[in-house]
Design a protein around this ligand. Structure first.
Ligand code: NAD
Length: 429
Protein backbone atom coordinates (compact mmCIF):
# COMPACT_ATOMS: atom_id res chain seq x y z
CA UNK A 1 0.00 0.00 0.00
CA UNK A 2 1.02 3.64 -0.29
CA UNK A 3 1.44 5.07 3.19
CA UNK A 4 2.25 8.51 4.57
CA UNK A 5 3.40 9.01 8.16
CA UNK A 6 3.09 12.44 9.79
CA UNK A 7 5.77 13.00 12.44
CA UNK A 8 9.11 11.22 12.40
CA UNK A 9 9.89 10.99 16.11
CA UNK A 10 10.17 7.77 18.14
CA UNK A 11 6.83 6.41 16.89
CA UNK A 12 6.76 7.84 13.36
CA UNK A 13 10.30 6.78 12.43
CA UNK A 14 9.69 3.19 13.54
CA UNK A 15 6.23 3.00 11.93
CA UNK A 16 7.56 4.37 8.64
CA UNK A 17 10.64 2.14 8.53
CA UNK A 18 8.67 -0.90 9.67
CA UNK A 19 5.96 -0.64 7.02
CA UNK A 20 8.63 0.08 4.38
CA UNK A 21 10.43 -3.12 5.38
CA UNK A 22 7.12 -5.01 4.99
CA UNK A 23 7.09 -3.88 1.35
CA UNK A 24 4.85 -0.82 1.45
CA UNK A 25 5.77 2.48 -0.21
CA UNK A 26 6.17 4.96 2.62
CA UNK A 27 6.72 8.71 2.72
CA UNK A 28 7.21 10.30 6.09
CA UNK A 29 6.64 13.95 6.84
CA UNK A 30 8.04 16.24 9.49
CA UNK A 31 8.13 19.97 10.09
CA UNK A 32 11.74 19.60 11.19
CA UNK A 33 14.09 19.83 8.18
CA UNK A 34 16.91 18.22 10.20
CA UNK A 35 14.90 15.02 10.75
CA UNK A 36 13.82 14.92 7.10
CA UNK A 37 17.44 15.25 5.94
CA UNK A 38 18.64 12.64 8.41
CA UNK A 39 16.10 10.06 7.26
CA UNK A 40 16.85 10.71 3.59
CA UNK A 41 20.52 10.14 4.36
CA UNK A 42 19.61 6.82 6.08
CA UNK A 43 20.44 8.22 9.51
CA UNK A 44 17.96 7.74 12.38
CA UNK A 45 16.68 10.99 13.92
CA UNK A 46 16.55 9.15 17.28
CA UNK A 47 18.64 6.47 18.97
CA UNK A 48 16.97 3.08 18.62
CA UNK A 49 18.79 -0.22 18.26
CA UNK A 50 18.45 -1.73 14.78
CA UNK A 51 17.07 1.45 13.21
CA UNK A 52 20.28 2.38 11.32
CA UNK A 53 20.29 -1.03 9.64
CA UNK A 54 16.58 -0.83 8.84
CA UNK A 55 16.89 2.64 7.28
CA UNK A 56 19.92 1.52 5.28
CA UNK A 57 17.75 -1.23 3.82
CA UNK A 58 14.61 0.76 2.94
CA UNK A 59 15.81 4.29 2.07
CA UNK A 60 15.32 5.44 -0.68
CA UNK A 61 13.69 2.48 -2.47
CA UNK A 62 10.73 2.07 -0.08
CA UNK A 63 11.01 5.06 2.25
CA UNK A 64 11.67 8.77 1.84
CA UNK A 65 11.05 11.83 3.98
CA UNK A 66 9.69 15.26 3.09
CA UNK A 67 8.43 18.55 4.51
CA UNK A 68 5.62 18.48 1.94
CA UNK A 69 2.59 17.06 3.74
CA UNK A 70 0.22 17.85 0.84
CA UNK A 71 2.13 15.76 -1.66
CA UNK A 72 2.77 12.92 0.79
CA UNK A 73 -0.92 12.63 1.71
CA UNK A 74 -2.20 13.08 -1.86
CA UNK A 75 0.04 10.32 -3.15
CA UNK A 76 -0.87 7.80 -0.43
CA UNK A 77 -3.95 5.76 0.50
CA UNK A 78 -3.37 5.69 4.24
CA UNK A 79 -1.95 8.36 6.56
CA UNK A 80 -0.67 7.71 10.08
CA UNK A 81 -0.68 10.62 12.54
CA UNK A 82 2.38 10.21 14.80
CA UNK A 83 2.92 13.72 16.15
CA UNK A 84 3.55 14.50 19.81
CA UNK A 85 0.77 14.96 22.40
CA UNK A 86 2.63 16.56 25.31
CA UNK A 87 1.14 17.86 28.54
CA UNK A 88 -0.24 21.37 28.63
CA UNK A 89 0.75 23.48 31.66
CA UNK A 90 -2.34 22.33 33.60
CA UNK A 91 -1.55 18.64 32.96
CA UNK A 92 -4.23 18.17 30.31
CA UNK A 93 -3.32 16.95 26.83
CA UNK A 94 -1.92 19.55 24.39
CA UNK A 95 -3.58 18.83 21.06
CA UNK A 96 -1.95 21.63 19.06
CA UNK A 97 0.24 19.24 16.99
CA UNK A 98 -2.76 17.00 16.33
CA UNK A 99 -4.77 20.00 15.12
CA UNK A 100 -2.07 21.28 12.79
CA UNK A 101 -1.29 17.82 11.37
CA UNK A 102 -5.02 17.20 10.82
CA UNK A 103 -5.48 20.56 9.10
CA UNK A 104 -2.53 19.71 6.84
CA UNK A 105 -4.04 16.34 5.98
CA UNK A 106 -7.41 17.95 5.32
CA UNK A 107 -5.94 20.56 2.98
CA UNK A 108 -4.19 17.77 1.06
CA UNK A 109 -7.39 15.72 0.80
CA UNK A 110 -9.27 18.62 -0.77
CA UNK A 111 -8.25 17.73 -4.29
CA UNK A 112 -8.25 13.96 -3.77
CA UNK A 113 -11.10 11.90 -5.16
CA UNK A 114 -10.47 8.43 -3.76
CA UNK A 115 -11.28 7.20 -0.22
CA UNK A 116 -8.45 7.95 2.21
CA UNK A 117 -7.87 6.42 5.62
CA UNK A 118 -6.33 8.46 8.44
CA UNK A 119 -4.99 6.43 11.37
CA UNK A 120 -4.35 8.12 14.68
CA UNK A 121 -1.28 6.56 16.29
CA UNK A 122 -0.52 9.42 18.65
CA UNK A 123 -1.85 8.83 22.15
CA UNK A 124 -4.98 10.96 22.45
CA UNK A 125 -7.69 11.10 25.09
CA UNK A 126 -10.99 9.37 24.22
CA UNK A 127 -13.00 11.33 21.73
CA UNK A 128 -10.07 13.21 20.16
CA UNK A 129 -9.82 11.33 16.86
CA UNK A 130 -13.48 11.90 16.04
CA UNK A 131 -14.12 15.30 17.62
CA UNK A 132 -10.79 17.00 16.93
CA UNK A 133 -8.79 15.26 14.18
CA UNK A 134 -11.68 14.20 11.92
CA UNK A 135 -13.38 17.57 12.43
CA UNK A 136 -10.19 19.48 11.43
CA UNK A 137 -9.74 17.21 8.41
CA UNK A 138 -13.36 17.69 7.36
CA UNK A 139 -13.13 21.45 7.83
CA UNK A 140 -9.98 21.80 5.72
CA UNK A 141 -11.05 19.34 3.02
CA UNK A 142 -14.77 19.94 2.76
CA UNK A 143 -15.16 16.16 2.94
CA UNK A 144 -17.18 13.92 5.24
CA UNK A 145 -15.75 11.44 7.74
CA UNK A 146 -16.95 7.88 7.14
CA UNK A 147 -17.88 8.70 3.53
CA UNK A 148 -14.93 10.42 1.82
CA UNK A 149 -12.31 9.55 4.38
CA UNK A 150 -12.09 7.06 7.22
CA UNK A 151 -10.89 7.90 10.71
CA UNK A 152 -9.25 5.10 12.68
CA UNK A 153 -7.26 4.83 15.89
CA UNK A 154 -4.51 2.28 16.38
CA UNK A 155 -2.75 2.91 19.69
CA UNK A 156 0.99 2.49 19.74
CA UNK A 157 2.43 0.16 22.38
CA UNK A 158 6.12 0.13 21.40
CA UNK A 159 8.79 0.21 24.09
CA UNK A 160 11.70 2.53 23.34
CA UNK A 161 14.83 0.40 23.22
CA UNK A 162 12.81 -2.57 21.88
CA UNK A 163 10.77 -0.64 19.35
CA UNK A 164 11.72 -2.58 16.24
CA UNK A 165 11.06 -5.93 17.89
CA UNK A 166 7.72 -4.54 19.10
CA UNK A 167 6.83 -3.32 15.60
CA UNK A 168 7.39 -6.67 13.91
CA UNK A 169 6.21 -8.87 16.78
CA UNK A 170 3.63 -6.98 18.76
CA UNK A 171 1.70 -8.67 21.60
CA UNK A 172 -1.51 -7.35 20.07
CA UNK A 173 -2.87 -4.79 17.69
CA UNK A 174 -5.86 -2.76 18.77
CA UNK A 175 -7.83 -1.26 15.90
CA UNK A 176 -10.50 1.36 16.45
CA UNK A 177 -12.77 2.10 13.51
CA UNK A 178 -16.28 3.38 13.04
CA UNK A 179 -17.13 2.31 9.49
CA UNK A 180 -16.84 -0.91 7.54
CA UNK A 181 -14.83 0.49 4.63
CA UNK A 182 -12.10 1.78 6.96
CA UNK A 183 -12.06 -1.49 8.86
CA UNK A 184 -11.43 -3.39 5.62
CA UNK A 185 -8.46 -1.15 4.76
CA UNK A 186 -6.98 -1.74 8.22
CA UNK A 187 -7.55 -5.50 8.02
CA UNK A 188 -5.54 -5.48 4.80
CA UNK A 189 -2.84 -3.20 6.23
CA UNK A 190 -2.30 -5.40 9.30
CA UNK A 191 -2.76 -8.73 7.50
CA UNK A 192 1.00 -9.42 7.70
CA UNK A 193 0.87 -9.45 11.52
CA UNK A 194 -0.14 -12.73 13.13
CA UNK A 195 -0.64 -11.46 16.71
CA UNK A 196 -4.00 -11.06 18.43
CA UNK A 197 -6.06 -8.25 16.92
CA UNK A 198 -8.87 -6.53 18.69
CA UNK A 199 -11.36 -4.50 16.67
CA UNK A 200 -13.22 -1.91 18.70
CA UNK A 201 -14.69 1.54 18.17
CA UNK A 202 -12.40 4.56 17.99
CA UNK A 203 -13.08 5.87 21.51
CA UNK A 204 -12.45 2.46 23.05
CA UNK A 205 -9.12 2.14 21.22
CA UNK A 206 -8.10 5.54 22.57
CA UNK A 207 -9.08 4.48 26.10
CA UNK A 208 -7.25 1.15 25.90
CA UNK A 209 -3.96 3.03 25.49
CA UNK A 210 -4.57 5.19 28.59
CA UNK A 211 -5.83 2.23 30.59
CA UNK A 212 -2.70 0.22 29.70
CA UNK A 213 -0.22 2.97 30.55
CA UNK A 214 -2.04 3.96 33.72
CA UNK A 215 -2.13 0.37 34.88
CA UNK A 216 1.60 -0.11 34.31
CA UNK A 217 2.32 3.16 36.09
CA UNK A 218 0.13 1.96 38.96
CA UNK A 219 2.15 -1.27 39.23
CA UNK A 220 5.35 0.79 39.49
CA UNK A 221 4.02 3.16 42.14
CA UNK A 222 2.57 0.20 44.06
CA UNK A 223 5.93 -1.54 44.23
CA UNK A 224 7.70 1.74 45.02
CA UNK A 225 5.44 2.36 47.98
CA UNK A 226 5.97 -1.20 49.15
CA UNK A 227 9.70 -0.98 48.46
CA UNK A 228 10.04 2.15 50.60
CA UNK A 229 8.39 0.26 53.44
CA UNK A 230 10.26 -3.03 52.84
CA UNK A 231 13.58 -1.23 53.14
CA UNK A 232 12.73 -0.02 56.65
CA UNK A 233 11.89 -3.61 57.61
CA UNK A 234 15.06 -5.16 56.20
CA UNK A 235 13.09 -6.95 53.47
CA UNK A 236 14.46 -7.13 49.92
CA UNK A 237 11.70 -5.69 47.75
CA UNK A 238 13.10 -7.47 44.69
CA UNK A 239 12.65 -10.82 46.38
CA UNK A 240 9.11 -9.79 47.24
CA UNK A 241 8.50 -8.86 43.59
CA UNK A 242 9.94 -12.20 42.46
CA UNK A 243 7.55 -14.01 44.77
CA UNK A 244 4.58 -11.96 43.62
CA UNK A 245 5.57 -12.35 39.99
CA UNK A 246 5.35 -16.13 40.14
CA UNK A 247 1.61 -15.68 40.46
CA UNK A 248 0.40 -15.67 36.86
CA UNK A 249 -2.45 -13.34 37.81
CA UNK A 250 0.12 -10.71 38.81
CA UNK A 251 3.20 -11.23 36.61
CA UNK A 252 6.74 -10.08 37.39
CA UNK A 253 6.98 -7.17 34.93
CA UNK A 254 6.75 -3.56 36.14
CA UNK A 255 7.37 -4.60 39.74
CA UNK A 256 10.87 -3.12 39.93
CA UNK A 257 11.00 -0.55 42.67
CA UNK A 258 13.26 2.44 42.15
CA UNK A 259 13.46 6.18 41.64
CA UNK A 260 10.18 6.36 39.71
CA UNK A 261 8.83 6.13 36.19
CA UNK A 262 9.58 8.73 33.55
CA UNK A 263 9.67 8.90 29.79
CA UNK A 264 7.54 10.34 27.08
CA UNK A 265 4.43 8.33 27.97
CA UNK A 266 3.56 7.36 31.54
CA UNK A 267 3.77 10.75 33.29
CA UNK A 268 1.98 12.70 30.58
CA UNK A 269 -0.58 9.99 29.84
CA UNK A 270 -1.57 9.44 33.48
CA UNK A 271 -1.74 13.19 33.87
CA UNK A 272 -3.95 13.56 30.76
CA UNK A 273 -6.31 10.84 32.02
CA UNK A 274 -6.50 12.44 35.48
CA UNK A 275 -7.27 15.76 33.86
CA UNK A 276 -9.93 14.28 31.56
CA UNK A 277 -11.61 12.43 34.43
CA UNK A 278 -11.65 15.57 36.56
CA UNK A 279 -13.14 17.57 33.69
CA UNK A 280 -15.99 15.04 33.60
CA UNK A 281 -16.60 15.24 37.35
CA UNK A 282 -14.70 12.09 38.40
CA UNK A 283 -12.11 12.07 41.16
CA UNK A 284 -9.20 9.85 39.98
CA UNK A 285 -8.16 8.90 43.53
CA UNK A 286 -5.95 5.98 42.54
CA UNK A 287 -4.20 7.87 39.73
CA UNK A 288 -3.63 10.87 42.02
CA UNK A 289 -1.82 8.54 44.43
CA UNK A 290 0.17 6.91 41.59
CA UNK A 291 1.53 10.29 40.55
CA UNK A 292 2.17 11.42 44.11
CA UNK A 293 4.21 8.31 44.97
CA UNK A 294 6.13 8.73 41.73
CA UNK A 295 6.89 12.40 42.34
CA UNK A 296 8.43 11.59 45.73
CA UNK A 297 10.89 8.93 44.61
CA UNK A 298 13.61 11.08 42.94
CA UNK A 299 14.06 13.23 46.06
CA UNK A 300 14.81 10.05 48.05
CA UNK A 301 17.99 9.58 46.02
CA UNK A 302 19.27 12.97 47.09
CA UNK A 303 18.15 12.44 50.69
CA UNK A 304 20.10 9.15 50.89
CA UNK A 305 23.18 10.85 49.42
CA UNK A 306 22.88 13.60 52.03
CA UNK A 307 22.44 11.09 54.83
CA UNK A 308 25.59 9.22 53.78
CA UNK A 309 27.85 12.21 53.12
CA UNK A 310 26.54 14.92 55.41
CA UNK A 311 25.98 18.11 53.45
CA UNK A 312 26.30 17.83 49.67
CA UNK A 313 27.35 21.47 49.39
CA UNK A 314 30.74 21.62 47.72
CA UNK A 315 30.76 17.85 47.06
CA UNK A 316 30.76 16.26 43.60
CA UNK A 317 27.93 13.91 42.69
CA UNK A 318 28.23 11.52 39.76
CA UNK A 319 24.90 11.24 37.96
CA UNK A 320 25.06 7.99 36.04
CA UNK A 321 22.14 7.59 33.68
CA UNK A 322 20.14 10.47 32.19
CA UNK A 323 17.82 8.66 29.76
CA UNK A 324 14.53 7.53 31.29
CA UNK A 325 15.45 3.93 30.55
CA UNK A 326 18.29 2.02 28.90
CA UNK A 327 18.34 1.59 25.13
CA UNK A 328 17.17 5.10 24.33
CA UNK A 329 18.42 8.69 24.18
CA UNK A 330 15.01 9.93 25.36
CA UNK A 331 15.25 12.04 28.51
CA UNK A 332 11.65 13.29 28.55
CA UNK A 333 10.40 13.29 32.15
CA UNK A 334 13.40 11.20 33.18
CA UNK A 335 13.89 10.94 36.97
CA UNK A 336 17.39 12.33 36.26
CA UNK A 337 15.76 15.75 35.71
CA UNK A 338 14.25 16.28 39.19
CA UNK A 339 17.33 14.65 40.70
CA UNK A 340 19.67 17.09 38.90
CA UNK A 341 17.45 20.01 39.95
CA UNK A 342 17.43 18.87 43.57
CA UNK A 343 21.21 18.37 43.54
CA UNK A 344 21.75 21.86 42.15
CA UNK A 345 19.75 23.25 45.08
CA UNK A 346 22.06 21.52 47.57
CA UNK A 347 25.12 23.29 46.13
CA UNK A 348 26.64 20.02 44.89
CA UNK A 349 28.66 19.89 41.71
CA UNK A 350 27.34 17.31 39.19
CA UNK A 351 29.37 15.15 36.84
CA UNK A 352 26.84 13.54 34.50
CA UNK A 353 27.15 10.64 32.09
CA UNK A 354 24.83 8.61 29.88
CA UNK A 355 25.80 6.42 26.91
CA UNK A 356 23.08 7.92 24.66
CA UNK A 357 21.14 10.62 26.47
CA UNK A 358 23.81 13.28 27.06
CA UNK A 359 23.12 15.45 24.00
CA UNK A 360 19.42 15.69 24.87
CA UNK A 361 20.20 16.34 28.54
CA UNK A 362 22.67 19.09 27.62
CA UNK A 363 19.87 20.97 25.87
CA UNK A 364 17.99 21.12 29.18
CA UNK A 365 21.04 21.38 31.47
CA UNK A 366 23.92 23.06 29.60
CA UNK A 367 27.39 22.42 31.02
CA UNK A 368 28.30 25.08 33.58
CA UNK A 369 30.56 25.60 36.57
CA UNK A 370 28.27 23.35 38.59
CA UNK A 371 27.60 20.69 35.96
CA UNK A 372 30.00 18.90 33.68
CA UNK A 373 29.56 15.96 31.34
CA UNK A 374 32.03 13.10 31.58
CA UNK A 375 33.35 11.30 28.52
CA UNK A 376 32.99 7.92 30.20
CA UNK A 377 31.07 6.50 33.13
CA UNK A 378 34.35 5.69 34.87
CA UNK A 379 35.48 9.32 34.57
CA UNK A 380 32.22 10.41 36.27
CA UNK A 381 32.87 7.94 39.10
CA UNK A 382 36.51 8.93 39.51
CA UNK A 383 35.63 12.62 39.78
CA UNK A 384 32.81 12.15 42.29
CA UNK A 385 32.38 11.81 46.04
CA UNK A 386 29.05 10.03 45.69
CA UNK A 387 27.42 8.29 42.73
CA UNK A 388 23.71 8.14 41.91
CA UNK A 389 22.67 5.37 39.50
CA UNK A 390 19.54 6.56 37.76
CA UNK A 391 19.26 4.46 34.57
CA UNK A 392 19.85 0.70 34.52
CA UNK A 393 22.28 0.60 31.60
CA UNK A 394 23.88 -2.88 31.83
CA UNK A 395 27.38 -1.43 31.39
CA UNK A 396 27.13 0.29 34.79
CA UNK A 397 27.59 -3.17 36.31
CA UNK A 398 31.18 -3.51 35.24
CA UNK A 399 32.63 -0.24 36.55
CA UNK A 400 35.07 0.24 39.37
CA UNK A 401 33.27 2.11 42.13
CA UNK A 402 36.02 1.52 44.71
CA UNK A 403 34.90 2.71 48.12
CA UNK A 404 32.71 5.55 46.85
CA UNK A 405 29.16 5.88 48.09
CA UNK A 406 26.88 4.39 45.45
CA UNK A 407 23.12 5.03 45.64
CA UNK A 408 21.25 2.78 43.25
CA UNK A 409 17.91 4.10 42.00
CA UNK A 410 17.14 1.40 39.44
CA UNK A 411 18.58 -1.85 40.78
CA UNK A 412 21.38 -1.29 38.23
CA UNK A 413 23.93 -3.42 40.01
CA UNK A 414 23.31 -7.14 40.20
CA UNK A 415 24.06 -8.99 43.42
CA UNK A 416 27.60 -9.97 42.32
CA UNK A 417 28.51 -6.39 41.33
CA UNK A 418 27.08 -4.97 44.55
CA UNK A 419 29.39 -7.16 46.61
CA UNK A 420 32.36 -5.38 45.04
CA UNK A 421 31.06 -1.98 46.13
CA UNK A 422 31.93 -1.15 49.71
CA UNK A 423 29.37 1.60 50.24
CA UNK A 424 26.25 0.56 48.34
CA UNK A 425 22.65 1.45 49.12
CA UNK A 426 19.51 0.92 47.06
CA UNK A 427 16.71 3.44 47.13
CA UNK A 428 14.16 0.83 48.27
CA UNK A 429 16.47 -2.01 49.26
P1 NAD B 1 8.24 12.85 19.13
O1 NAD B 1 8.15 14.17 19.79
O2 NAD B 1 9.49 12.06 19.21
O3 NAD B 1 7.91 13.02 17.57
C1 NAD B 1 6.87 13.80 17.07
C2 NAD B 1 7.32 14.36 15.72
O4 NAD B 1 6.22 15.02 15.09
C3 NAD B 1 8.44 15.40 15.81
O5 NAD B 1 9.51 15.02 14.99
C4 NAD B 1 7.78 16.70 15.33
O6 NAD B 1 8.69 17.55 14.66
C5 NAD B 1 6.72 16.15 14.39
N1 NAD B 1 5.60 17.05 14.11
C6 NAD B 1 4.91 17.86 14.96
N2 NAD B 1 3.93 18.50 14.31
C7 NAD B 1 3.99 18.08 13.02
C8 NAD B 1 3.21 18.38 11.86
N3 NAD B 1 2.19 19.21 11.89
N4 NAD B 1 3.55 17.76 10.71
C9 NAD B 1 4.58 16.90 10.65
N5 NAD B 1 5.34 16.58 11.73
C10 NAD B 1 5.03 17.16 12.90
O7 NAD B 1 7.01 12.01 19.68
P2 NAD B 1 6.91 10.41 19.85
O8 NAD B 1 7.64 9.98 21.06
O9 NAD B 1 7.18 9.76 18.55
O10 NAD B 1 5.35 10.28 20.21
C11 NAD B 1 4.36 10.50 19.23
C12 NAD B 1 3.03 10.07 19.81
O11 NAD B 1 3.05 8.66 20.06
C13 NAD B 1 2.67 10.73 21.13
O12 NAD B 1 1.28 10.90 21.19
C14 NAD B 1 3.09 9.69 22.15
O13 NAD B 1 2.37 9.78 23.34
C15 NAD B 1 2.77 8.41 21.42
N6 NAD B 1 3.56 7.24 21.86
C16 NAD B 1 4.90 7.36 22.05
C17 NAD B 1 5.64 6.25 22.43
C18 NAD B 1 7.10 6.34 22.69
O14 NAD B 1 7.67 5.38 23.23
N7 NAD B 1 7.79 7.42 22.33
C19 NAD B 1 5.00 5.02 22.62
C20 NAD B 1 3.64 4.92 22.39
C21 NAD B 1 2.91 6.05 22.01
Amino acid sequence: MKISVIGTGYVGAITAAGFAKLGHDVVCVDVDQRKVDLINSKTPPIFEEGLPELLAEVVPSKLSATLDIAKAVRESEVTFICVGTPSAKDGSIDLSYIRSASAGIGAALKGKTDFHVVIMKSTVVPGTSDTVAAVEIAKASGKTAGKDFGMAMVPEFLREGKAIEDFFEPDRIVVGTSDEKTRQVLEKLFSQFSCAKLYVDVKTAEMIKYASNSFLATKISFINELGNFCKTQGIDTYNVADGMGLDTRIGRKFLNSGCGFGGSCFPKDVSALQSLMKSKGFAPMLLDAVMEVNARQPAKMVAIAQKRTGSLSGKTVGLLGLAFKPGTDDIRDSPAIPIAEALQKTGAKIVAYDPEGMENFKRKFPASGGLEYAKTAQEAIDKSDVILLVTDWPQFNTLNYGSKNVIDGKNCLDYASRKKVKNYEGICW
